[in-house]
Structure formats: structure tokens, C-alpha cells
Design a protein around this ligand. Structure first.
Ligand code: ATP
Length: 514
């Protein structure tokens, strides 16, 4: 774990050093859990968003996009349940004065027991070598069985307490498990309290006429309250979907792990409207489609897993997370929820407007059921960054830091470099840039040795470096260097465009999904 912490620290500082992510308001000592994206970060982020957006709106003729406002009528949040129930249970340690999420403390305790099981299995694997039957060992080893029973009992007690909203029981679990504060090392805990995560502000100029409004904690409600506008003006027929990318805000109690948990972040959400009774079929379909979208990036199939929810949110009848293996463990990147007709029915009730859909095939009106896919842009960014980062030992004893970003997501697609800054090579290189720049984000770089320039591009994940040398002036060929293999091939300038395009275009990624 310590080694992974080390790697994560390096990734965070790499992200800063190479213009991916900066702490917000850094010169004022920062603002907790708020981050800015730098020149490379914004490109990577935009590419992730484009991949998602196109996969939704281009590949599905029944999905369209919208862009709704961040501010919405405050009654929307009353109707959706966020004013009353968008809470996290918090607990303070009296000695360190540190605040924690009670549910997270218990989840971490469960993860610790799981770690112990995995350690036992790893030890046995080493001991038995090739003949190791892992499944059998997990079933029959008494120590593993003991840990598993402990984990299951704790899990059940925890799920029950969460389902019942039983704050005293959550505290009791923390006491019984002898969970200590990682800072003070003591068990001097306060009561558990509920804390609402929505930011509020005031709209209107006069003090008594002002209205409390909220910064949206999810983008979904903007889709719900517009679904009939889109359906009618777009002549959509169920099943159909509405996609949206936008900022969301949550006053997270504990904000840690870099851009994993932020107070201002971005979501990519799609609500898919279906007939009542068909929601679980669509839930299963979207669960599969969304994992396929992730896996198409080639970050490693083994890095993903589903986590089906036992405690369902107040609106859901099925829910799963897609988790990704971050350096700090498997963590949620995306949620897929069957939200029933809860939100739309609530809006019908609170607004007093009829927002039913008339189904021409059935000849009847109903409130549609909704499957939601909700993914955090920033968490997606983090998973791409973490899985791409490598400190690679080279044959010559040197180390290079390389980001093996999926080529379609890389901030810069190619860098063009004159071997020397004379003899007409810079001019030729500029000529190539001026041709490629209309289709690809292209860098021109003439500073430092060619080796240093390659390293700089490796560090930001540029898939191709194109080197212009004296031979180029004679036969119009250049060296094309591939980031991952560092292989160099001689290619004709006239072929560059196609070669690059075939590997870096979003198109090639999207085709894997079709
Ligand atoms: P968590 O349990 O980690 O708090 P959640 O279950 O509350 O997440 P959802 O409400 O399902 O998250 O939100 C959908 C997605 O939005 C999440 O899968 C995640 O990618 C992203 N997200 C939610 N909260 C944050 C946050 N504070 N910072 C960054 N991304 C977030």
C-alpha cells in the first residue's frame, strides 16, 4: 500500500508539473477540494467528454443532448428529495477535531478485512505454486472462512443501519469495531449527525425578496424537468434518452484523494426513458453498454468491476457502480441506476403539471421509468491518468516517465521537431505543422536535444513525434517515433496524415462500440 501511495503522490505531482491539474487558488494557499485544469488537462478532459458525448448522441439515434442551467427553481430540489435526504452521516473525533464520514470509516474497515483475505490467498498462491486451486482454498481454508464470516456480518449490520437511517447504530458499529481516528489514534468519537451536501446561495437583490437557490448537486434534474420539452420538440418516442455534461457541486464532508472527491466537479449523465415494467431489462443493457465503453479505451479489462448496491437510494429499484482500480483501491467511477418513475412523479406532484407521456403504440399515457448512467468526468480523468502513468526503465539504464494515454484522448497528437535549428529544417517542420494542425492538435518543438524533446512529449502522452532531418529535404521523408514502443520508422510526409489519423481519431474508438 505504501508503495502505491508513493506512486499516487508521483502522479499528482506529475499532473501539476506537466500542466494537467493545478490546485485552485494556489497562490492563496488553495481552496480545499477544488481544482483547475491546465493546458494539457483541459484537452484531455475535453477529449473524454467528446468520447462520451459522441458515443451517446452519434451512436444512438434515440439519444439527444441538452445543456440546462446550474440554477433551477428551488422546489425542484424539494421534489427530488435532495433538500430532505441528500445527506451524509458525519462523525468527529474529539481529540484530533477531524471530521469523517461514518459510512466511509466502516467501509474502510470492511476493506481491511478483505485485504486480509487477499493476503492469505496471495501467501498460499506463493506456497503452492502451479498446483494452487484458488477457488477451493477460498472455500475451505479456516482462516479465510473466519475473515469472510466477520466481513459478511459487519457488512450486513452496516447495510441494515444505512437502510434504516440509524445513526446511533452507525456510531455503535464504529465503537464495537474499535475504529480509531487515523490522526489522533483515539476512539473519542462524537455522535453521528446528518449533513446536507447542497451548497446554497441567494438569488435576488433585496434582502427580504431574495430566494434561496442551490448549486445543483447532480445534472439529472435539469433533464427531468425538460424531458417533455425535448420529447415534444424532438418528436421522440419511448424508449429515448437525453444526455448532458455539466458542473455539479457537493459540499463533501471529507475531500481527499486529489480530484477523486471534489466540491465542484463535472458529470456526464444520460437519462433513458422507458415503459414501466421494462426498466430492469434496460438497466441490464445499459450496465453492459457502459462497461464496454470503458473497456474500449484499453486501460486493462481487469481494472474494472461492478459493485451492485444493496442499499438503494430513495429513488432506485436497482443500482450498480462501475469501479476502477485506482492506486488507492477499487473506486466508483460511474453509477448506473434504475430510478423508477420517482423523479418525474415527484415533479408532477410538486409542479401540479401533467408531465405524462402519451404512448401512441399502447394508446395510453404514463409517467416513464428512467435508467440513468452517471459518470464523473474528473474521476474518469483520474482513472485514465493513473493507469497511463509509467516510470519505465530503459535498456540504457535511464528511466523515462511516459503516459500511455489512449491515443484518441491524448492532449497532443503529434509533435514536429527539426533535428537542428538551421539548414531550412525549421521551415520544413513548420510546413508539416501547418498541414496537420487542421486535423490534430500538433506541437512544434525545436528547443533542447532531440532526446529531451522526446521525453517531454512522452511525459504528456503524445502518441507521435515527427523528426525532420537533412534527408527530409532530399526525399520528403521523416522519422515517425511511436510513444509506447519508441520505435522509429521512416515515412513519407504525404502519408503522415493517414497514419496518424488511423490511430488517434475518436472515430476508431467509437467503431469499437458500434
Ligand atoms: P460517492 O459514493 O463516491 O460519494 P456517489 O455515489 O454519491 O459517489 P453519484 O451521486 O452516483 O455518486 O454521482 C455519479 C458520479 O458522479 C459518480 O460515479 C462520480 O464519478 C461522480 N461524483 C460524485 N461525487 C463526486 C465528487 N465529489 N467529486 C468528483 N466526482 C464525483
Amino acid at each position: 500500500m505504501a508503495q502505491q501511495d508513493e506512486v499516487f503522490k508521483k502522479i499528482v505531482s506529475h499532473a501539476k508539473e506537466y500542466g494537467f491539474v493545478f490546485q485552485s487558488s494556489e497562490i492563496y494557499d488553495g481552496l480545499s477540494a477544488v481544482y483547475d485544469y491546465g493546458q494539457n488537462g483541459v484537452e484531455l478532459k475535453n477529449n473524454i467528454k467528446r468520447y462520451w458525448w459522441d458515443s451517446m448522441t452519434l451512436l444512438h439515434e434515440n439519444i439527444v443532448g441538452i445543456d440546462s442551467a446550474i440554477f433551477m427553481h428551488p422546489t425542484i430540489w424539494k421534489a427530488s428529495g435532495h433538500v430532505d435526504a441528500f445527506n451524509d452521516p458525519l462523525i468527529d473525533n474529539r481529540d484530533s477535531k477531524k471530521r469523517y464520514r461514518a459510512d466511509v470509516l466502516i467501509e474502510e474497515e470492511i476493506a481491511k478485512i478483505e485485504d486480509k483475505i487477499e493476503k492469505e490467498v496471495a501467501k498460499a498462491r506463493k506456497r503452492f505454486g502451479e498446483s494452487f486451486d484458488e477457488a477451493l482454498y477460498r472455500q475451505t481454508n479456516p482462516r479465510v472462512a473466519e475473515y469472510a464470516a466477520k466481513r459478511d456480518a459487519l457488512h450486513e449490520r452496516f447495510a441494515q443501519a444505512m437502510n434504516d437511517n440509524n445513526l446511533e447504530e452507525l456510531r455503535q458499529i464504529i465503537i464495537d469495531q474499535e475504529i480509531v481516528c487515523p490522526i489522533s489514534g483515539t476512539r473519542n468519537w462524537t455522535e453521528v449527525r446528518q449533513f446536507n451536501l447542497m451548497f446554497r446561495t441567494e438569488m435576488g437583490s433585496t434582502a427580504d425578496g431574495a430566494m434561496t437557490v442551490y448549486l445543483r448537486p447532480e445534472t439529472a434534474q435539469g433533464i427531468f424537468v425538460n424531458y417533455l420539452n425535448v420529447q415534444k420538440t424532438g418528436r421522440m418516442r419511448i424508449p429515448f434518452g437525453i444526455a448532458q455534461i455539466g458542473k455539479a457541486f457537493r459540499n463533501e464532508i471529507v475531500a481527499r484523494q486529489f480530484i477523486f472527491r471534489m466540491r465542484e466537479f463535472e458529470q456526464m449523465e444520460m437519462q433513458f426513458f422507458v415503459r414501466p415494467g421494462e426498466e430492469l431489462k434496460w438497466f441490464a443493457t445499459w450496465k453492459e453498454w457502459r462497461l464496454k465503453w470503458h473497456k474500449a479505451l484499453g486501460l486493462g479489462d481487469e481494472k474494472y468491476r461492478y459493485h451492485d448496491h444493496e442499499k438503494l437510494a430513495h429513488y432506485a429499484n436497482a443500482a450498480t457502480d462501475i469501479e476502477f482500480q485506482m492506486p488507492f483501491g477499487f473506486k466508483e467511477v460511474e453509477g448506473i441506476h434504475s430510478r423508477t418513475n420517482f423523479d418525474l412523479s415527484q415533479h408532477e406532484k410538486f409542479s401540479g403539471k401533467n408531465i405524462k407521456y402519451f404512448d401512441p403504440e399502447l394508446g395510453e399515457s404514463y409517467v416513464p421509468y428512467v435508467i440513468e448512467t452517471s459518470i464523473g468526468v474528473d474521476r474518469m480523468f483520474l482513472s485514465v491518468l493513473c493507469s497511463s502513468y509509467e516510470e519505465q526503465k530503459l535498456d540504457n539504464g535511464e528511466t523515462r516517465v511516459v503516459l500511455h494515454l489512449p491515443a484518441a484522448l491524448a492532449p497532443v497528437k503529434c509533435a514536429v521537431m527539426p533535428l537542428v535549428r538551421k539548414d531550412g529544417l525549421p521551415e520544413k517542420a513548420r510546413e508539416i505543422v501547418n498541414d496537420l494542425k487542421f486535423d490534430f492538435s500538433t506541437h512544434y518543438d525545436e528547443k533542447d536535444s532531440i532526446g529531451k524533446r522526446y521525453r517531454r512529449q512522452d511525459a504528456i502522452g503524445t502518441p507521435y513525434c515527427i523528426t525532420v532531418d537533412h534527408q527530409t529535404l532530399e526525399d520528403n521523408t521523416v522519422t515517425l517515433r511511436h510513444r509506447d514502443s519508441m520505435e522509429q520508422t521512416r515515412v513519407n510526409v504525404a502519408d503522415l496524415h493517414k497514419l496518424i489519423h488511423d490511430n488517434v481519431s475518436l472515430n476508431s474508438l467509437l467503431r469499437k462500440l458500434a
